[in-house]
Design a protein around this ligand. Structure first.
Ligand SMILES: [Zn+2]
Length: 134
């Protein structure tokens, strides 16, 4: 088996622009051990060799990822959250790091970051949110 050396007439997988997919081709011409011209077995078209395209991975929903991470983090911290100690969220309160918050909409959260003046980042089950505070 000469697997590394290509010869004219060898079958090769290539991209066919007419078939619009990777098809089996036969090598017609070779230069410097690389196929130059190939003929498509499916449509018999002769064309320049194009390497077969790699199937694209299904698009990863990038936007969902950080939220999933937030959710996991929240689930990890959730057992440590004592809802009886949570303060009801209010814009007029001031919050310290790791303070427990009970938000009417987002539920239990934990202050994770002081964001400049009068803003804190709170991790809720729904994800991290920047909230106003005093
Ligand atoms: Zn073709």
């Amino acid at each position: 088996m000469q697997s590394t050396t290509l010869s004219i007439g060898d079958p090769i997988e290539a991209r066919c622009t007419k078939c619009r997919k990777n098809t089996d081709h036969i090598i017609i011409t070779i230069a410097e051990e690389a196929p130059v011209k190939v003929q498509c077995n499916a449509c018999s078209r002769q064309h320049k060799y194009r390497p077969p395209t790699v199937a694209k991975k299904p698009a990863v929903r990038q936007a969902a990822k950080p939220k999933d991470a937030d959710r996991k983090e929240w689930e990890l911290l959730q057992p440590t959250m004592d809802s009886s100690k949570a303060k009801t969220y209010s814009m007029t309160e001031s919050y310290k790091l790791n303070a427990l918050i009970n938000h009417p909409t987002f539920g239990l959260g934990i202050v994770q970051r002081i964001v400049g003046s009068q803003k804190v980042e709170i991790l809720f089950e729904d994800g991290k949110k920047i909230m106003r505070c005093q």
